[in-house]
Design a protein around this ligand. Sequence first.
Ligand code: ATP
Ligand code: MG
Length: 871
Amino acid sequence: MTSSEIRDNFLTFFKGKSHTIVPSAPMVIKDDPTLMFTNAGMNQFKEYFLGNSVSKYPRVADTQKCLRVSGKHNDLEEVGKDTYHHTMFEMLGNWSFGDYFKEEAIQWAWELLTKVYKIDKESLYVSVFEGSKDEDNLQMDKEALELWKAIVPEERIIYGNKADNFWEMGDQGPCGPCSEIHVDMRSKEEKAKIPGAQLVNKDHPEVIEIWNLVFMQYNRKADGSLESLPEKHVDTGMGFERLCMVLQGVHSSYDSDIFTPLVRELEVLTGKSYGKDKETDIAIRVVADHIRAVAFSIADGQLPSNNGAGYVIRRILRRAVRYGFTFLGTSEPFIYKLVKVLVTTMGEAFPELKKQIVLIENVVKEEEHSFLKTLEQGLILLDEIISKTKGKTVDGEKAFELYDTFGFPIDLTSLILSEKGLALDEAGFNKAMTRQKERSRSASEVSKDDWNIVSEKGDQEFLGYDQLQAEVRLVKYRKVISKKEGAQFQLVFDKTPFYPEGGGQVGDKGYLEVPNGDVVYILDTKRENNEIVHFAKNLPKHLEQTLTAVVDRGKRASTERNHSATHLLHQGLRLILGTHVEQKGSAVHSGHLRFDFSHFSKMTEEEIQRVEDFVNQRIREKLPLQEERNIPMEKALKEGAIALFGEKYGEQVRTVRFGDSIELCGGTHVSNTADIWHFKIVSEGAIAAGVRRIEAITSDAVRDFYEDKNQQLDEIKSHLKSSGDPVKAVEHLLEENNAMKREIESLLKDKARSLKIQFKGELESIDDFYFLAKEVDLDAGAMKDLAFEMGQEEDKLFLLFASSKGGKALLSCYISKELVASKGWNAGQIVKELGKYIQGGGGGQPFFATAGGKNPAGIQKALKQVRSLIS
Ligand code: ATP
Ligand code: MG
């Protein structure tokens, strides 16, 4: 069975069991402060498990792109070393939201594996939660046990502990006992030696977990205690790559048809063979795995960068570069060349990859290139550290510095040191690392209390498209404490006019009016688990009262002007630069807007002007906002709305149209483009290979911008002390300046000519050559010119000039080529030797060299000592 058949069969099977097939959510999560990347199929359904909203479909199945490289589920360091953990993988899953429970979940899993996929029953083991004796004091999952006993002989049922058989997404949230299904892929002989049951969950490469059936029945609260969920759910996850390995009869997922094309291409690119050498194999697996994670992230709109999710992606790619550099002998970018192969194997199922192939290649290549440069420079720095090391151990602090400020990988440092017979002071390194981690952890740590429920929740309608003020009721609140913001309260209302940060647009600010006249300020608004959460410094006094929620109109209005301008800008760019322009990110604030987009060269002045003109023209046309809420996605796309890669859209969407600009957008907008007043691009530049960023302003900010310019001009005028045309005045100043420069040059030439005549008269004849050692009042360039000019007129000349300028000493030594040859003198060595008198050093060529130092008082000594050096 090919991998695509395997994927199809899974979905078809569950469709047959009345499941609705839904698309994978993006792998990079944008609007959830609690999670950077999707790490399990259940992430996108979290709100249903928590009861924040109700799923339209009680049964759902899908394949979900997952990435396990940070937070609670982090497999990064295992990847490549074993043959079945990946950074990015697909998780096949079926879900029940308050519908079926353990019985169906268990029976269907068994049916699919043994009847559809025809896996040998004898090779399957299942596990059941054994209960826990800790503070949770949980019962054994007898229900699951009885169900399994009806299908599987008891010797293939394993009792698992909490670590293996109680699934939790994070420190808080929905959780429950689980039953895992493991496959024993060993040969008959091996199986006869040790029963498979003894190898389950023991990190054996051929006895591995493929499917986890989680029975969600609890919610883990902030204080660590468990409460029962009002409804019970099923959440299953099966590793697609592992399933393919089992069904294709290979013993490593890298030998399945998902990975072999990448592995073969890597063999071609590096000239190495897979399967001959342990370290080479690990490196090939690392690169084959990592390119998938990186390419899919870029396709989802997450570029490598210096912070947050972008930094995680950068680190994954760097790990691949480093393995290539160290074990595959690659010192030029090569990983980007795998993108084509990846698109051939996965582009069908994931069209976002195919569509963005050029961008992905460019970004990966540029990242590889710059990290290889870092490696090169790091090697030089490491050499320096080594040369200063006394003894056999290299300072851990120094190695940490190299790692921390420079991004030079620590395992590469260790490897190089061990090759040179040196050791790394690991304790010192770890200490420095721990210190730094504590610093950054305490800066980002957030503690959240449980929610306090105040009243029944409604649908939590968002009113903010139509009104900026509303009577609301508090549904729940909790206290959160972070180092950055201090203590704050999060408030959830039954409905709200406040826009929660999202789609690039900042969250609304404003206030709550309490009936007794008190005011509570709302500092920010965000969306968490599909609820609109308001942030406030304090709580309203009487929680049950009706409150008036008022959005800050001024800020909201400026933000809307910028948001609508962003749409027009997007349209203008696609029209003027071409439809290869894809939005790669945006940030819409009240003061300015930022728009990132794919485009492969710097925009010319003219292009920028045309885009600006285009937007301002649309503003002048007074285009009204035409908005459609809750229309089917298909209809929106048919109308020409642009959907962004990596964005999560529901089945019902909202479209925002101004004239021919039509976008899927949840943000808030001006009611007419005339409200934007004016649009101005203030900067355009690159943020990554093939990705550009425009920053722009509208309305009042444009007026402020021009006012600032005006003020600058006034200041210039007042400096010029001319009431006429400032441009003419500046031109006149430049002319004057140039004339003065020319005059100074000619004066300096005169000075040099007269010095030359003077110095010629001072030459001392020693044996068969002329000698002069003298302090002069010239800078380095003039000293050099003078020496070479004198050399043109005299071919047996030894000159040493010294000068002190700005507290620094300078020596220049000139020796005619003839003397260099006949006497074996070397100006470079001479200045090096004399450098010690001026507390400095230098060098150069045998016929001319210079030295600089910080002790002008030593100049006379140097001038005296030079005689003994050449005598
Ligand atoms: P393991 O113990 O092997 O790391 P897990 O307990 O972390 O697995 P779950 O969180 O239960 O796995 O995820 C469900 C399924 O997803 C697993 O049964 C496995 O098939 C697959 N899976 C988990 N992690 C990875 C990974 N890093 N690469 C590929 N597949 C994975
Ligand atoms: Mg795991």
